[in-house]
Design a binder for this molecule. Sequence first.
Ligand code: DC
Length: 216
Amino acid sequence: MKDVITIDGPSGSGKGTISKLVAKKLGYSYLDTGALYRAVAWKAREENISTDDDKALELLTGTIRIEFKEEKIFADGNDISSAIRTAEIGEMSSRVSARPVVRAGLFNIQRDICLNGKVVIEGRDAGTTIVPESENKFFLDANVEERARRRFEELKLKDPDIILETTIEDIKKRDLRDSSRGTSPLQKTDDMIHIDSTSMTIEEVVNEIVRSLKHP
Ligand code: DC
């Protein structure tokens, strides 16, 4: 399968920015799977559901209506585009994403989108679990200080009091949780092209991906 491009990688690796640009360049649609986990986390917080309450999370994941419209994301009709981009929801989404019931619930949504179009899908398990048959798989990485710096710049816009050291510690914790969980951990496999973006520009990464694509 060559119409689905998977881009996996840890927090702050630049997956979001890069995937959007690759999709735009190729005329593909773009699926931000982290936003799905963030939407579930947002709804769990709204409903005071604990991130280890599997029964409630299963029901929530099975009934939440998530829509992507014009670069915005809606959950049950609410525009949550901005509300899900906070450190708190980032942390909660990492916790709910470790629950197999949540992963199972979001699997079909992601798989259906990928099988019905030309898509750039970015996340943690796009190339290993959602569309393992893709022939265009990438793993995007950068060193932890650089990833924390990028995330810090993003979060600072909303929270001017944020401290860089805290962001570094948060990223390390999330890296560990995202790559050590039992179900679909973040994993780099041999069939992925590995790109370290630490000292590359956004344009260089986009070009490298486009250049490496296997076309039909
Ligand atoms: O990419 P992000 O920071 O928006 O992702 C939020 C959290 O969701 C992240 O901590 C890990 C989780 N996630 C996941 O487990 N699987 C995915 N495909 C995407 C995100």
